[in-house]
Design a binder for this molecule. Structure first.
Ligand SMILES: [Cu+2]
Length: 184
């Protein structure tokens, strides 16, 4: 009996670890170039190569003397209208955690910078790899989890891929779940 309880606790801990570590990525806007008007960085292209998920963190790194970050509506984003932002960030190292789905529009509020291309749309899609991956318990009975081709991250993406150790943890968790399933 104690073994079953211990297995349950361990399973819960492993599920929590799996959820918290596998899918939270940190993205620095513009990568090494950061948040700037120099070098004609295509932030649209930058964002298009990412697979943003809930819980991910976006970092805007820039010189606070020359730039800022404003979160704005779609209408304001399209017209580079900085008159009434939803939020303004000015530290030069702004960390924003994504907590909801859909578009998150940002631009630099310094006159002319948005027009020069210093704007980015962080779009968090509703369909996530978390939703499409097999449940922890099914992996104990079925074949090893497979990853749909669309979820294979680009080589440049930082930490989207479920690391091998988590797949191993998932399998261990599956074996622990067997006595649990048998018992009930
Ligand atoms: Cu700027």
């Amino acid at each position: 009996m104690a073994l079953v309880e211990r297995a349950m606790v361990l399973s819960i801990v492993l599920v929590a670890m799996h959820i918290s570590f596998s899918y939270a990525a940190v993205y620095k806007v513009g990568d090494s170039a950061g948040w700037t008007t120099l070098g004609n960085i295509d932030y649209k292209k930058w964002a298009a190569t990412k697979n943003f998920q809930l819980g991910d963190t976006i970092i805007f790194e820039y010189s606070a003397k020359f730039h800022n970050v404003m979160r704005v509506t779609h209408t304001m984003y399209k017209s580079c209208n900085a008159s009434s932002p939803i939020a303004t960030f000015t530290t030069g190292n702004d960390t924003i955690k994504i907590t909801n789905h859909g578009h998150h529009f940002f631009f630099c509020g310094v006159p002319g910078h948005c027009q020069a291309g210093q704007k980015v749309d962080i779009n968090v899609l509703k369909v996530s790899p978390v939703a499409s991956s097999p449940s922890p318990y099914s992996s104990a009975l079925a074949s090893p989890p497979t990853v749909p081709a669309s979820n294979v991250p680009a080589p440049s993406s930082p930490s989207n891929a479920p690391p091998l150790k988590f797949i191993a943890l998932k399998m261990i968790m599956g074996f622990w779940a067997i006595p649990f399933l048998v018992h009930f």
